[in-house]
Design a binder for this molecule. Structure first.
Ligand SMILES: *Cc1c(COP(=O)(O)O)cnc(C)c1O
Length: 427
């Protein structure tokens, strides 16, 4: 039996748009109303004293995160970008130091390094998990390397055990960027809590959100203290005797408001349910899409759970011969939304290609004598995946009940059963 693909004038598989993901409800509305009643929307003070650590909702949210994520310190910030900047600063990264980052992440993971006038060095990712490849990281380590930012991309942890081992043998610090994998497990712990510092984003695309926001994790008292100083005008707070190490204690205002913290408290309660649903949807897709030739489905690395921010696939063999563009065109015509062709390689952005971050004279690269290369070709795996074979389904955008997931599966199966038609449309 042949069915006409929608791209060739046939009936599309999905006729009603998938519902957008939403985790905000009545609970958040009530929590916000309660704070509004008090009239105090933030209680942070950038000076010594008890309000240096923020208002009651911020502290309650942090305490809840400490219990939930099993981390000694949780520090709320106004975005995860702020969190990353605070983390890199707290580690004591100095101008010209190198920090290893993957090319597959949101730009902030690398920009957080530049904000301290330090140098991002890109190591390649693994073709199966899309997370940092420890071998490539090892090859990128130099005398100047100070830290590694391990990104738990798409919903599962990077190989944190291998990266921590590397860090130990080279005296480096590991920062986990778990923005896309909150409450994913790795070797019995929550992703982000095995590194020296980790944390999650609370931006509205993420599993749980406060609109904007983020939370830092660490078990290290000193790092926690330093991050709290960077969060809240540190230089105004330290007296000469209270801290030995003043490096990078130039404070920012990374403070989270009481409204967001109140929302965060309610969102955190929903996280286990959100993650359970994402895993169920991911597993349903894995089952439903199994056996389509040339379509490689996500793998869940040993010791990991996957909380599916993005369902990351690759095309191989026949599928790749037809071309990703055509296959995506066919899937979109069938009504499948949220498809990502590739994932941008950060090192190929103009800021790195032209080495222009601060001013127009190549600072911080020229000034610190850095000769790091951002040439096309330094991350061959990530580059090939982006330009040729990677196909992501952005699960984070949709609610996805079983029927909707099945409709997506049906659309894929229809396209795959009629690849001849896709092929014909190319020639
Ligand atoms: C979303 C995201 C960030 C940035 O988080 P914000 O809270 O939006 O600043 C950083 N890294 C990764 C991998 C992300 O997905």
């Amino acid at each position: 039996m042949t069915t006409k693909l929608a791209m060739n004038g046939g009936e599309p598989t999905i006729r009603t748009p998938l519902r957008p993901y939403r985790s905000i409800g009545l609970e958040e509305k009530e929590a916000v109303a309660e704070v509004m009643e008090t009239g105090r929307l933030s209680e942070f003070v950038g000076a010594p004293g008890s309000n240096f650590l923020g208002g009651p909702k911020v502290r309650q949210f942090e305490a809840a995160c400490e219990v939930f994520f099993e981390t000694k310190h949780a520090i709320a910030v106004n975005s995860w970008t702020s969190g990353l900047i605070a983390a890199v600063g707290a580690v004591g990264v100095r101008p010209g130091d190198e920090v290893i980052v993957p090319p597959w992440t949101m730009t902030a993971s690398a920009a957080a390094v530049l904000h301290w006038n330090a140098i991002p060095v890109f190591a390649d990712i693994r073709k199966d998990t899309f997370c940092l490849d420890p071998e490539s990281v090892e090859a990128a380590i130099s005398e100047k390397t100070r830290a590694i930012i391990a990104v738990d991309i798409f919903g599962q942890s990077a190989d944190i055990a291998a990266l921590m081992e590397l860090a130990e043998s080279h005296d480096l610090v590991v920062i986990s960027d778990t923005a896309q994998a909150p409450a994913a497990r790795v070797n019995g712990r929550f992703a982000g809590t095995s590194a020296h510092i980790g944390g999650i984003s609370l931006n509205y695309h993420k599993h749980i959100n406060t609109g904007e926001g983020g939370v830092l994790f660490t078990d290290d008292d000193q790092l926690a203290h330093r991050m709290r100083l960077i969060r809240n005008h540190g230089e105004a707070v330290v007296n000469p005797d209270s801290i030995k190490d003043l490096v990078n204690i130039i404070g920012h205002n990374f403070r989270l408001g009481e409204l967001e913290a109140a929302i965060g408290i309610e969102q955190l309660k929903k996280l286990p349910g959100v993650v359970e649903r994402r895993e169920r949807i991911g597993n349903r897709l894995l089952e439903g899409l199994a056996g389509l030739s040339g379509l490689k489905l996500p793998i869940v690395a040993k010791g990991n759970t996957h909380v599916y921010y993005i369902f990351g696939m690759t095309l191989e063999g026949i599928a790749l011969e037809i071309g990703r563009e055509q296959i995506v065109r066919a899937l979109r015509a069938e009504g499948v939304p949220g498809l990502g062709e590739g994932y941008a390689n950060i090192h190929l952005l103009p800021i790195y290609q032209q080495k222009i971050a601060y001013g127009d004279k190549g600072f911080p690269w020229t000034e610190t004598g850095s000769e790091v290369s951002y040439a096309k070709g330094i991350c061959p795996v990530a580059e090939e995946l982006h330009s040729e074979s990677f196909l992501g389904f952005l699960m984070c955008l949709f609610e996805l009940n079983d029927e909707e997931v099945d409709a997506v599966i049906l659309a894929f199966r229809k396209v795959w059963e009629n690849l001849v038609q896709v092929e014909d449309s190319v020639s």
